[in-house]
Ligand binder design. Structure first.
Ligand code: NAD
Length: 318
């Protein structure tokens, strides 16, 4: 396959991310076990096919994702200036802690696990579980100090409820937050992130859209046991996946293509744990470039998913 994966600018950062981003949570064995050999082969294939963006967190697999990603990046040996790594802070296996002390210590631990001197982006992880005022007044200033020290290049925030982004961005000076990462809000079953794009553009913030497969809902194998969706949403997605299969199509490829078509997202961050998944997701991007659409099947899938369109689940302090 040609190495022609599209690169897209991330807000005002100057970074150019591959439109398919590598979500490394599966390397923490959260979607089933992954051996080191499989992880290394998967990361190697990602580079070969033009993926340059890798996202992880100390939370994924209780630090395992960062360790395995670090090991894989080292084994593959691509020069550091040719890839972009984001990790997170504030969410850990043992709970949430967005204090300046914890996040300052956390980046050093992440860098050690990742075997890197700096990360490109450090994001406050799932801020709806913390005090948003603490994020604004304590966590972000701590991250700015890390930026000055050269341990991180850019600052981001992540979470599920879309309202958190306006709340924080309205209360920090312009340019303080470089990136937002939203998940499960731009795919066939939920497109609510689209409404926020004009606002995010006005703030000069880069947008990463994660979980285009709705954390496994839009896959033939279905979601993991821990998936928080309602049984109604799970059943509708199951029905859509089965329908696709009957039509000789793969729901995951359709879902990837759907998300990739919106170029306002710098990267569509998809979790991957095998060489095959990397190849399939990059192939989806290539089909978008070639203008290969699946309009007929897509219309029918959208009809199946209509009763659950934009249905989400609670997340954070209620
Ligand atoms: P996803 O929607 O990307 O789905 C991942 C699942 O789909 C995994 O089981 C994976 O093995 C499988 N898969 C991938 N490609 C496939 C294909 N072509 N065919 C069939 N199955 C395929 O969900 P995700 O992994 O949770 O999200 C992607 C990434 O985004 C994460 O790894 C993480 O880096 C990031 N993320 C961040 C947050 C946050 O910051 N709060 C939340 C969710 C995700």
């Amino acid at each position: 396959m040609e190495k022609t994966l599209e690169l897209r600018s991330l807000g005002n950062t100057g970074l150019k991310l591959s439109c398919v981003g590598f979500g490394a949570s599966p390397l923490g064995s959260v979607f089933g076990p992954v051996s080191d050999e499989e992880a290394i082969a998967t990361v190697r294939e990602a580079f070969r096919l033009g993926i340059n963006f890798f996202d992880t967190s100390p939370y994924y697999g209780g630090t395992l994702s960062e360790k395995v990603l670090g090991k894989s990046l080292k084994a593959v040996g691509v020069p550091r200036d040719q890839f972009i790594v984001s990790t997170k802070c504030g969410r850990y296996k043992d709970g949430f802690d967005f204090s300046a002390t914890r996040v300052t210590q956390s980046i050093d631990e992440s860098l050690e696990r990742l075997q890197l001197d700096y990360v490109d982006i450090l994001q406050c992880h799932d801020i709806e579980f913390g005090s948003l005022d603490q994020i604004i007044n304590e966590t972000i200033p701590a991250l700015q100090k890390l930026k000055e020290k050269g341990k991180i290049r850019f600052i981001g925030i992540t979470g599920l409820p879309l309202g958190i982004f306006n709340y924080v961005l309205d209360r920090v000076p312009l340019g303080t937050i470089d990136v937002i990462l939203s998940y499960c809000h731009y795919g066939i079953n939920d497109t609510t992130l689209e409404d926020l794009l004009p606002y995010l553009k006005s703030k000069g913030v880069g947008v990463i859209s994660a979980s285009p497969l709705s954390m496994g809902l839009l896959t033939e194998n279905g979601p993991p046991d821990w998936h928080p969706a309602s049984s109604e949403l799970k059943a509708a997605c199951r029905k859509a996946a089965d329908f696709c299969k009957e039509k000789g199509k793969d729901i995951s490829k359709l879902a990837m293509k759907y998300s990739l078509c919106n170029k306002d997202f710098s990267s569509i961050l998809v979790g991957m744990k095998s060489v095959q998944q990397v190849q399939d997701n990059v192939a989806a991007a290539m089909e978008v470039v070639k203008g290969e659409k699946d309009e007929e099947v897509l219309v029918e899938i959208e009809e199946i998913l209509k009763p659950v369109k934009n249905q989400t689940w609670p997340s954070g302090i209620q």
